[in-house]
Design a protein around this ligand. Structure first.
Ligand SMILES: [Zn+2]
Length: 336
């Protein structure tokens, strides 16, 4: 590792943060906000590493003992607070926050900077967020927080007002393609397009992920062209098993559907942007003719309803049936 050279994009954000670190002027409560999987968490961990690194610049060196400890999650002064894995809805509990508040009250182990990363910050409910407020405002000396959020607007105003906001945006597709190529990833251009500027998503898609996603898309398109009984059979398979099993499958299907809608909107609006599903251009063009603009808006509404319904524990199959029959009728496929 050589400082931050291997991180793709976010040059300005990194320049500002590392400059502040060098001058010992890092804000004690940073809020990293931006799209999912663009690298917010990576930059947060790398900053915590740089703040504790014993090696030569550029920081972090990635080789010294503190760097290795941060990388393996074992550094006593770098705490990463994430939702407890066993819950269906990701939640950071008030107990987790109380534990952090207690820990930051102790002396630091290394005498460098203690960094607490809370990711995703939206997973804190109001009571967890309130338990953090006082410490977030006046942390012990040498302690700083980094809250990471994709939906910063849903955070409590009292949390927002205490943070310095750092905005991350999608990585440029050319830069992402070059980066993926340098990592030896095949079909880097397609992967970059599908990932819409999110390196984390690109890595997930690379290899198995890309093929899997195309298979999901092809199955979805076939189901939408077929009889309504086919939709019910498909959703029964998609939403079988426990909530923990079907939620990710349903999310994947929604992602694919939203990418198709996004492409149809790109064509419909005449925007000069690369298509995600460039290999299915004719399908996407047909969607644009049939759906742009009102059909797309209507389906987006249905997707929002479905996501809201998932939050409040409605049966996944019921929601997916409603959505896909809606898509089918918007596309003008007559139910049979
Ligand atoms: Zn180091």
């Amino acid at each position: 590792m050589n400082g931050t050279a291997d991180i793709v994009g976010h040059e300005r954000v990194i320049g500002r943060l590392w400059g502040a670190l060098e001058r010992d002027q890092l804000h004690h409560a940073l809020l990293f906000e931006g799209p999912a999987h663009v690298g917010k968490h990576t930059v947060a961990v790398r900053l915590a590493m740089a703040a504790n690194c014993d090696g030569p610049p550029p920081l972090p060196c990635g080789e010294c003992s503190p760097c290795r400890q941060v990388a393996s999650g074992a550094h006593p002064d770098v705490l990463v607070i994430e939702p407890a894995a066993e819950r269906a809805t990701p939640t950071i509990s008030v107990d987790q926050i109380r534990e952090v508040v207690r820990k930051v009250g102790y002396h630091r182990f290394s005498g460098k900077r203690r960094v607490v990363i809370v990711d995703p910050a939206e997973a804190m409910g109001p009571s967890a967020a309130n338990a953090l407020l006082k410490t977030l405002e006046e942390p012990p000396e040498g302690t700083g927080f980094i809250l990471v959020a994709t939906q910063a607007s849903t955070l409590l105003p009292t949390i927002l007002s205490r943070c310095q906001r750092v905005r991350f945006s999608a990585v440029h597709s050319e830069a992402l393609t070059t980066w993926l190529n340098s990592r030896g990833i095949e079909d880097a251009g397609s992967v970059a397009r599908l990932a819409s500027g999110a390196p984390g998503k690109a890595l997930e898609l690379a290899g198995e992920g890309l093929a899997e996603r195309r298979a999901i898309r092809d199955e979805l398109l076939a189901v939408l062209r077929g009889p309504v009984s086919g939709i019910f059979a498909y959703t029964a398979k998609l939403c079988g098993g426990s909530r923990q099993q079907w939620m990710p499958r349903l999310e994947q299907m929604l992602d694919v559907l939203q990418d198709l809608l996004r492409d149809a909107a790109v064509i419909g609006s005449g925007a000069e942007i690369d298509l995600i599903h460039a290999d299915e251009r004719r399908v996407v063009e047909a969607w644009a003719r049939l759906l742009w603009p009102t059909g797309i808006a209507a389906i987006q509404d249905s997707i929002r309803e479905l996501r809201d319904g998932m939050e409040v524990n409605v049966m996944g199959k019921t929601l997916a049936d409603q959505l896909l029959t809606r898509v089918q009728s918007e596309l003008g496929v007559s139910p049979s």
